[in-house]
Design a protein. Structure first.
Length: 340
């Protein structure tokens, strides 16, 4: 039976393995200068003794605490920040690192307080999490450890910012509708003050123009809501009844569009194909018919941010904007796949 001892120490592990205290420490921390057979012997001894390393002591020895500060704003209403957070947390957890989450709630004083508190706890790095690919003031000068921005863009080009490729996602939607033979294509989006809305609209129109097609009625902006989707499509079809496809700036808007089209007696996708954006399951999968949509893969954004943070901690920092590609999820609203 394995020998178990309460509160086993590193010295106990070293004695059982027949090595020095220094060698035991190096073996448990996967240092390269320890021979494979020696490391195996130390790990076996640690397992037999149920040895749990003291995180504080390890931090004092290595200079790292294996914790990361994650700073965000308005988390309780941040529909898109939460999946990014989950992706980051999963990636950190797989490396046995901990996350200290702070929600500044849009308050600059609270944000500065949290930055000071996280620095005092000697976090190894920061992840600054946004909620919409918007540009924000850099915080890096206030923070003495590596910082990565995700789902927001720092205004300092020397920082690294991980964003969803909104322009690329809109191009995927345009190319898909064109490939289906649609020629009278329109675009309904949300709040025009959002950079993402503008980037998607510009890229979508450019893709249609390159194919020799007009954007029927121009990009129409409103709210990120089902109500606007219903209102927008009624107004659109009153002016342009021959529209045969609609690209929507969000799945919520697209959900409202499909509701209104049914009431107007238009068949989806036979009369009008509909593409959404975000792959928000509550709308995309539950819509009738289910929505073909652009997935920005928010959890992957969080994982990518962690990857860049690890690289910086290893002495290989990145800089500039890194745009993560989107993917098209095919469902019934464009007639090319069943709901899944």
């Amino acid at each position: 039976m394995a020998r178990q001892r309460a509160n086993a120490t590193l010295a106990d592990v070293a004695n059982l393995a027949g090595v020095s205290l220094s060698t035991a420490s190096k073996a448990l921390n996967a240092r390269a200068e320890v021979a494979a057979l020696t490391r195996e012997r130390v790990l076996k001894a640690a397992e037999e003794l149920s040895f749990q390393p003291n995180a504080l002591a390890q931090g004092l020895i290595s200079g790292q605490t294996r914790t990361v500060g994650l700073l965000t704003d308005e988390l309780m209403v941040a529909r898109f920040a939460i999946p990014v957070l989950l992706g980051a947390e999963n990636a950190l957890g797989s490396e046995e690192m901990s996350v200290l989450l702070c929600d500044a709630r849009g308050d600059a004083i609270r944000r500065r307080h949290y930055i000071r508190a996280l620095i005092a706890r000697r976090v190894d790095g920061f992840i600054v999490l946004g909620d919409g690919n918007e540009v924000r003031p850099s915080l890096s000068e206030e923070i003495p450890v590596p910082v990565v921005y995700v789902y927001c863009e720092s205004d300092d080009p020397d920082d690294v910012s991980i964003l969803a490729d909104d322009a690329g996602g809109a191009r995927l939607a345009a190319e898909h509708l064109i490939s289906l033979g649609r020629r009278r294509i329109a675009h309904l989006s949300g709040d025009p003050s959002y950079r993402a809305a503008q980037d998607r609209a510009t890229a979508f129109e450019q893709a249609l123009d390159e194919a020799g097609l007009p954007l029927v009625g121009g990009s129409r902006f409103g709210q990120w809501s089902q109500r606007w989707g219903r209102q927008g499509v009624v107004s659109l079809l009153a002016a342009h009844p021959d529209v045969d496809a609609i690209f929507c700036g969000s799945d919520q808007i697209a959900y409202g569009v499909t509701e209104a089209l049914r009431e107007l007696g238009r068949e989806i996708p036979d009369d009008i194909a509909v593409v959404g954006y975000d792959n928000w399951e509550a709308f995309a999968a539950e819509s009738r018919p289910s929505l073909t949509t652009v997935d920005v893969n928010l959890e992957r954004l969080g994982a990518a941010a962690v990857g860049h943070l690890f690289a910086a901690l290893d002495g290989n920092p990145s800089r500039g904007v890194v745009r993560q590609p989107c993917r098209l999820v095919l469902r019934e609203s464009t007639g090319v796949a069943r709901s899944r």
